[in-house]
Design a protein around this ligand. Structure first.
Ligand SMILES: *Cc1c(COP(=O)(O)O)cnc(C)c1O
Length: 370
């Protein structure tokens, strides 16, 4: 903690060493394929600029963002020869700016392809493009009949250099799901209709489905950040985030005292309470019955999660907490997937929503080491 620790309500610690080590594990699995990094949504909330700087130093050369705005942000810090793909494509009218910033749109429709082609013609430069094919998710990407149109008329790619042909798996986190193999073979069939280009199918979970899913470029996001890419077995990734919040008030109450909004909790014995400075406005799910940890000991939540605070039952603690102490919310005893499970959602949602209000502490390469 820094000297101004008393001004800090909650601290999100991002372990860049762990992110890099997760990337290295996936890059090793990739073998001769390239391991890229998906850093959309501010690297799932961890901070895309910090994460990409650490990964670039480790040798990662290809990045995926969702929005062009995220791409412009990354371009300010990444090397010019690192590639940045924009998954949601170029917003209308922004093509020139994307081309100038060397951001490569992922084209999902023939309409978008035509616009990017005109941009290439107008700039007089050959422009990089990625083509996404819908291999069976019906979310984004060119349909089989669009692929046939391109196969029949190579003029549709005039002035463009296809850097990547990609598709996305709908059920990769279910190991035995028949859709995985169906999508893989559809992808093979469709990409064979297009000019030869590097191919990419696997996200984090897809990477664990076997070599047949790797093609030329892996596109992991979640696994880099410590979310379990193999829900069918234990998590091979390192945890990357820790979260601590400050106790802002403690009190002793008598048996029968009602606690918090709606008086949802009534204590059945004399109880020591501590209120921490963290709530659902920080992205903590309101519906997750959970615990915090005080010096490694679990201390359960009492009553409802408020916008900016949560009440804890400290009665069982061997060392009594003091106002100003910190408790752990994400720590070795409790990870993002645990909270997701308690809240009935997935680790992706918990992680990417963790608040902008936290003080962030980066440790590891490129971190401040505070
Ligand atoms: C988000 C995303 C990824 C990364 O997925 P993870 O499950 O987080 O590894 C890869 N490809 C596409 C197209 C995506 O939208």
């Amino acid at each position: 903690m820094t000297g101004n620790a008393r001004q800090v309500e909650a601290v999100l610690t991002v372990d860049l060493d762990a992110v890099v080590s997760n990337w290295r594990l996936l890059a090793e699995m990739a073998g001769r394929a390239e391991c890229a990094a998906v850093v959309k949504a501010d690297a799932y909330g961890l901070g895309a600029v910090h994460v990409s700087a650490a990964l670039e130093a480790a040798g990662c050369r290809t990045y995926f963002v969702a929005h062009s705005r995220e791409g412009f942000e990354l371009r300010r810090t990444l090397r010019r020869n690192s590639r940045v793909f924009v998954l949601n494509g170029a917003p209308a009218g922004m093509e020139r700016e994307l081309a100038e910033a060397a951001l490569t749109p992922v084209v999902n429709t023939l309409g978008d392809l035509a616009v990017w082609r005109s941009c290439a013609a107008a700039t007089g430069k050959r422009l990089a493009v990625a083509l996404q094919l819908d291999s069976g998710m019906a979310r984004l990407g060119l349909a089989p009949e669009d692929v046939e149109m391109i196969a029949a008329d190579e003029g549709l790619l005039h002035g463009l250099s296809v850097e990547l042909v990609m598709s996305h798996l709908a059920c990769a986190d279910e190991e035995g799901h028949p859709a995985n193999e169906a999508q893989r073979s559809t992808f093979e069939r469709l990409r064979a209709r297009l000019p030869d280009a590097p191919a990419s199918l696997a996200n984090s979970s897809g990477t664990f489905l076997g070599k047949g899913f790797h093609f030329d470029v892996l596109r992991p996001g979640a696994a880099l950040y410590g979310i379990n890419p193999t829900p069918w077995t234990s998590n091979p990734m390192r945890q990357t985030v820790g979260l601590r919040a400050r106790i802002i008030q403690t009190r002793k109450v008598k048996a029968g005292t009602a606690v918090g909004y709606g008086h949802r909790a009534v204590v059945d014995r004399d109880t020591t309470l501590a209120t921490i400075s963290l709530g659902y406005a920080d992205g903590w799910p309101r519906n997750a019955g959970a615990a915090a940890f005080h010096r490694g000991q679990p201390v359960p939540f009492l009553g409802r999660v408020s916008m900016d605070s949560i009440v804890l039952d400290m009665t069982g603690c061997t060392t009594m907490p003091r106002e100003g102490d910190f408790v752990d919310l994400l720590c070795p005893g409790q990870n993002v997937d645990d909270i997701a499970c308690a809240a009935g959602t997935i680790g992706y949602e918990i992680l990417s929503r963790l608040g902008r209000r936290f003080h962030r502490n980066y440790v590891g390469p490129g971190g401040t080491g505070q």
